[in-house]
Design a protein around this ligand. Structure first.
Ligand SMILES: C=CC1=C(C)c2cc3[nH]c(cc4nc(cc5[nH]c(cc1n2)c(C)c5CCC(=O)O)C(CCC(=O)O)=C4C)c(C)c3C=C
Ligand SMILES: [Fe+2]
Ligand SMILES: [Fe+2]
Length: 344
């Protein structure tokens, strides 16, 4: 068997224009694990309603954060991949769940290098049906159709891995140097509450009230909300932060059913009104900065917070291509190569 790595991130449109954003959003929102309603209804919702207005709005947002080299998410993912590959003697490829540079292309690249045993690495710290699970499902679907000879092992979600928490905490501590804050908000990408219920294998454990999280359950392996609160708690402990200086919220909701609460934009207002006027925001659902961090938080969020009375605001960058983060990924991969052990 010849081993290789496929790192997978979400993907971006090819350019920040309505023409390129529309097909990207079409692929993204027509994913049954993202808008999880029957096909006919999803088709009506996405193609009959959302895609009439959203591409223009999203293109405008993307154009505010676009870099000369391209989409920040793609550029950062490529830099990360390069740093990881430099330290390994086995092929490393990058794939995107949506848009250009697909999972199929990534697997093809590995196949051409003689790989038949793939370590699939969804670049998400937490499990969610709409992020981690859809990457795994797509990779296995592509394997079945095009690469039946390949064997795929998937890296588990690493939201509470000790080394990951250390690297994340170190990045936060470094970024907070010189920033006088009175609160740190951990803002995670939101998902509809029904996704939590759907992903609960027991079908009764997750009450979405926090009490369920105190009772040990197999449901925690697939509960995005539980895992996000775990990450916050572990970083809080690692950095010895006071309870009342840290909170968790969920951003980026779309209209419709209730999404995980509290909502980040409401929290900006609440915190400012409570006199927490110097705010640091960390976005640990993403390993790479992207539209949701650079525009929604670092631009729009700062404006909303200051309009509500906030004085200073700092978005702490994602891990991106930090050396310690790339080194940690290399360590996990080497463990897998040598002993088949993956992070927990
Ligand atoms: C039903 C809608 C959505 C769910 C559920 C969802 C979950 C989810 N998304 C990410 C990570 C990212 N999402 C990004 C952008 C983005 N997300 C949605 C919708 C849902 N996401 C939309 C419509 C968009 C596109 C932009 C917009 O119109 O607002 C991005 C940024 C991509 C980029 O190019 O920079 C990321 C990353 C996670 C981790 C997640 C579930 C936990
Ligand atoms: Fe999203
Ligand atoms: Fe829970």
């Amino acid at each position: 068997m010849s081993k290789g790595i496929l790192l997978v991130n979400l993907g971006s449109p090819d350019s920040p224009t309505k023409k390129d954003v529309k097909p990207y959003l079409d692929e993204f929102l027509m994913d049954e694990r993202v808008i999880d309603v029957p096909y006919a209804l999803r088709n009506l919702l996405v193609r009959g309603i959302i895609l009439n207005t959203r591409p223009k709005k999203s293109a405008k947002a993307y154009s505010k954060i676009w870099w000369e080299e391209g989409s920040p998410l793609i550029v950062i993912s490529e830099r990360f991949k390069k740093k990881v590959a430099q330290q390994l003697d086995l092929p490393v490829a990058l794939g995107m769940r949506y848009g250009s540079g697909s999972i199929k292309e990534g697997l093809q690249e590995l196949k051409e290098k003689g790989v038949d045993e793939v370590l699939l690495v969804p670049l998400y710290p937490h499990y969610a049906m709409s992020s981690y699970e859809t990457v795994v499902a797509k990779a296995f679907e592509q394997k079945k159709i095009y690469f039946p000879e390949m064997h795929i092992t998937t890296m588990p979600a690493f939201y509470k891995n000790q080394d990951y928490i250390k690297v994340l905490s170190k990045s936060i501590a470094e970024e907070l140097k010189g920033f006088d804050y009175d609160h740190i908000l951990f803002s995670y990408h939101g998902i509809p509450e029904r996704h939590i219920r759907k992903s609960d294998p027991t079908k009764y454990h997750c009450q979405i009230d926090g009490n369920c999280c105190k009772v040990n359950s197999v449901a925690h392996h697939t509960c995005y909300r539980h895992q996000c609160y775990d990450t916050t708690e572990l970083v809080k402990r690692e950095l010895a932060l006071d309870d009342d200086k840290v909170s968790t919220s969920f951003q980026s909701r779309l209209a419709g059913d209730p999404w995980l609460k509290p909502y980040t934009d409401f929290e900006f207002e609440r915190l400012a009104k409570e006199g927490k006027t110097k705010l640091a925001v960390i976005t640990p659902a993403f390993v790479s900065d992207c539209l949701e961090t650079l525009e929604e938080i670092a631009m729009e969020g700062e404006e909303e917070f200051k309009e509500a009375g906030g004085e200073s605001f700092k978005h702490i960058p994602c891990l991106n291509d930090r050396d310690d983060w790339a080194n940690l990924m290399v360590k996990w991969i080497k463990n897998w190569e040598a002993t088949e052990v993956l992070p927990v």
